[in-house]
Design a protein around this ligand. Structure first.
Ligand code: 6PG
Length: 483
């Protein structure tokens, strides 16, 4: 009996997505170069309800077990392993079959592969899969881009497998042509980086200046997860603060080394923001924060140097803090800063969509991010409404509803950032977000001086605020002649 679909690559995401697909009633063939993973997946399928998962130890029998036109999802490491897997499987595939890459792939690699496999009559999709292990198993957010015909082949499966959000439907949509699916997933990850950094900074100021215990931090984040900050990342953060160390006293989070890893999608997002000249300071700050955290050994030495130079300790003030007020201020500052992170991500997607002619709809992206994915949050519903109200919204910050909320929160935001600056607590994400807000909302910025400087030393010319045209001034001669 032929299966409905195949999945190659049975690491954590692959195994869990295969079981999810089978559980939704679609018999699935699975294959993995390390065959023990195949057996492990089939065993799990039996244990989790005799799910229709059929394991194969060789690529040929794997491919031949799938009904035509065949659809095979790959969940292997981005880069060369994807090319290798395509080479192995396509040897047995036929015209009209389809390969889907579900990894965090660079979008141009997907566009290259789509063209390459088309020469053999094969269809190709690059599909972002977000939600981690739990999401893959019980409902991810899916971002397929590439061949629409291929999407039509598996739409029935994706609609069932994706996270289901009452009132707004399955968290999947056909994103667009080419590498648009991978690009949108990449930006999702960029927003995720920003979000995680902002939450870490909220934790830092509450713990370092507010002196909150882990128990109190758990209570605060749990409370925040009942209101406008309700989201997956706030929820897991509350959970993290209550987990005790199983290898010693105290809480596990306090034993985790402060050195961040990263697989690369956040870096790509920042590179693309620069390529597209789209300001994304919150996301950039989160990436730099990861880089600085990576300088752990240097920071240990630097702490000693500055201590010897008279700067004693982490925290520079021990002013009396009104804990209740601080908690509320941080909550407001975090919300406003997160909105900036999402605004920057949406602007990046739109800029790329215009450059590539993808025709992406930001409201639809907000919809499929409402469930399953790492950045799922209750305010995504209102982000969707903002873009539905005005698809050409220049920036989420100037949607009337969000603009009002930013104004209502900016005093608390400034109090938190000022307290952090006075206390020596680095808040790169929150300060970058506040600067983004303060720069974007001001009619006039000090860029006039930068223009004058550029024209002074480089004769790069400038425009005037009072009438049209391009101008150059002999600043040096005038300045010196006045001596
Ligand atoms: C998701 C996640 C996932 C990502 C991890 C690790 O949407 O499920 O974004 O795709 O790989 O979060 O990312 P970093 O190692 O770059 O932090």
């Amino acid at each position: 009996m032929a299966t409905r679909i195949g999945l190659a690559g049975l690491a954590v995401m692959g195994q869990n997505l295969a079981l999810n697909i089978a559980e939704k009633g679609f018999p699935i063939s699975v294959y993995n170069r390390t065959t023990s993973k195949v057996d492990e997946t089939v065993q799990r399928a039996k244990k989790e309800g005799n799910l229709p998962v059929y394991g194969f130890h060789d690529p040929e029998s794997f491919v031949n077990s799938i009904q035509k036109p065949r659809v095979i999802i790959m969940l292997v490491k981005a880069g060369a392993p994807v090319d290798q897997t395509i080479k192995t499987l396509s040897a047995y595939m036929e015209e009209g079959d389809c390969i889907i890459d579900g990894g965090n792939e660079w979008y141009e690699n997907t566009e290259r592969r789509e063209k390459a496999v088309a020469e053999r009559g094969l269809l190709y999709l690059g599909m972002g899969v977000s939600g981690g292990e739990e999401g893959a198993r019980n409902g991810p957010s899916l971002m397929p881009g590439g061949s629409y015909k291929a999407y039509e082949y598996i739409k029935d499966i994706l609609l069932k497998v994706a996270a289901q959000v009452p009132g707004s439907g399955p968290c999947v949509t056909y994103i667009g042509k080419g590498g648009s699916g991978n690009f949108v997933k990449m930006v999702h990850n960029g927003i995720e980086y920003g979000d995680m950094q902002l939450i870490a900074e909220a934790y830092d100021v509450l713990k370092s200046v507010g002196k909150l215990s882990n128990r109190e931090l758990h209570a605060v984040f749990s409370e925040w997860n009942k209101g406008e900050l309700l989201s997956f990342l706030i929820e897991i953060t509350a959970d993290i603060f209550k987990i005790e160390d199983d290898k010693g006293d105290g809480y596990l989070v306090d034993k985790v080394l402060d050195k961040t890893g990263m697989k690369g999608t956040g870096k790509w997002t920042v590179q693309q923001a620069a390529e597209l000249s789209v300001p994304a300071p919150t996301i950039e700050a989160s990436l730099d924060a990861r880089f600085i955290s990576g300088l752990k050994e240097e920071r240990v030495q630097a702490a000693k140097v500055f201590k010897e130079s008279g700067l004693c300790g982490d925290i520079l003030t021990d002013q009396e803090i009104d804990k209740k007020q601080l908690i509320e201020d941080v909550r407001r500052a975090l919300y406003a800063s997160k909105i900036c992170s999402y605004a920057q991500g949406m602007n990046l997607v739109r800029a790329k969509s215009m450059e590539k002619g993808w025709g992406l709809k930001l409201g639809e992206l907000a919809r499929i991010w409402k469930g399953g994915c790492i950045i799922r949050a209750i305010f995504l519903d209102r982000i969707k409404q903002a873009y539905d109200r005005n698809p050409d919204l220049p920036n989420l910050l100037v949607d009337p509803e969000f603009a009002k909320e930013m104004v209502e929160r900016q005093s608390a935001w400034r109090r938190v950032v000022s307290l952090a600056v006075d206390s020596g607590i680095s808040m790169p994400g929150m300060t970058a977000s506040l600067a983004y807000f303060d720069s974007y909302r001001r009619e006039r910025l000090p860029a006039n001086l930068v223009q004058a400087q550029r024209d002074y030393f480089g004769a790069h010319t400038y425009e005037r605020a009072d009438f049209d045209g391009s101008f150059h001034t002999e600043w040096f001669k005038i300045a010196k002649s006045k001596l």
